[in-house]
Design a protein. Sequence first.
Length: 304
Amino acid sequence: MDKKTPGWLDWYSAPSKPQFTVPAGSVDAHCHVFGPSAEFSFSPQRKYTPCDASKAQLFELRDHLGFERNVIVQATCHGSDNSAMVDACKASNGKARGVATVKADISQSELQALNVAGVRGVRFNFVKRLVDVTPEDELLAIAEKIAPLGWHVVIYFEAPDLPELWDFFTRIPTAIVVDHMGRPDVSQPADGPEFNRFVRFMAENENVWSKVSCPERLSLQGPPALNGEKRAYRDVVPFAKRIVETFPNRVLWGTDWPHPNLKNHMPDDGLLVDYIPQIAVTSELQHKLLVANPMRLYWPEEII
C-alpha cells in the first residue's frame, strides 16, 4: 500500500443515519473512489496520496444515506487513468455514472468505451495546488471531442480566479457544471460583489449548472451542531440557498465522499445530508436538486 500524505484524514467510518429522508430516486452527484491502490495504482504525478476508498464502501454509504445512485468524479490522485472510476460504474448495475479526466489526444474509440461504461462528462481542474495547469487550447479540443456524445464539462476553480477564466468558460461548447459553487469565500456576504459575480455568471450562461456541495470545505464555523440540533455549516447556507432558489433547474448536490484533502476535520456524511433541507427548503426544490436535475443530466434515457 502507498504511504499516505502526512496528516491525511481518512473518511468517517461510522456516519450517522440522517434525520432528513431524501426523495425516492435521489442521486449523490459528486463522490469519488480511491483505488484500492493494490488494484488501481495512483498517478506518479499526483499531488497527494490518499487512503483507499473502494466502490463497495461507496455503495454501502449510498444505501446507508438513502440514495439510489451515484455520480463518480475522477479523483486527481488517479490522473487520467480512469480505471478505478470506470470499474465502479460497471459494478453499479446502472446506478452510477462517471466524470472522467482525459487528455486531448484521446481517441474516439476510447471515448466510446468510456461512454458505454457510463461516463457522461469530463472534469477540468483549475485549482493549482491540486493539478498542473493544462493549456486552454488542449481543454477546448477535449470539449469539442466530447460534445457529439452529449457529455458535459465539470469545472473546478476558486472564486478569485473566475474573472480571468470567465471568457474561456464561455467558449466551452457543452453544458458546464461548476463544482462547489466556485468555492466562495463565506466570510463575505452572500449578496456581496464576489458571489454576485458567480450568480451573474450563471445568469448570463444558461448552459452553466452548479453543485451546491461541500459546505465542510467552505465553512468557517465548522461542523459543531448547536443545542443538539443537526444544523452544521450554517455560514454556507445563504450561498447555497441563493443558488438553489435562483437556478432550481440547474443545481446538483453530492457528498464529496471520501472528502479528499480536508485539513481540519472529517465530516459525518449523515450530517451533510441533514444540511440539504436548509438549502432546499421545499419538497419541490429537494426533488429537483436530488432527483430531477441529476437524472436529466446523467440518465436522460430513463426520463419518461
